[in-house]
Design a binder for this molecule. Structure first.
Ligand code: ZN
Length: 99
């Protein structure tokens, strides 16, 4: 599905959200923890906030799984390692600024 089809199905996409399509998030659904990629972020409406449309279908309905931000499990703090070059602490993603 492209952006136009998603918009026709779910309504306008959110302009601002913590996570964007393509981001991977972990959330709780039906007692399970699911890690999946966001397909689309539905803009907030009058009585609700944004909703994440996930890539994998919900096994119960076979429709794209929906994730509400309050179901999200926050990402753990990125692991730090002690750098051999500068002696400082860096995250794996960040790497050493001196490297
Ligand atoms: Zn370093």
């Amino acid at each position: 599905m492209d952006a136009k089809q998603l918009e026709a199905l779910y309504g306008p996409g959110a302009q601002f959200s913590d996570n964007k399509p393509g981001d991977t998030i972990t959330y709780r659904s039906g007692g399970r923890e699911i890690t999946d990629v966001i397909l689309y972020v539905i803009a907030p409406a009058q009585h609700r906030g944004i909703i994440y449309v996930m890539t994998q279908p919900d096994p119960a309905t076979s429709l794209p799984a929906l994730c509400f931000p309050n179901e999200r499990i926050e990402d753990p703090e990125p692991a730090l390692y002690t750098c051999l070059k500068c002696g400082g602490m860096h995250t794996v993603g960040q790497g050493c600024p001196l490297a």
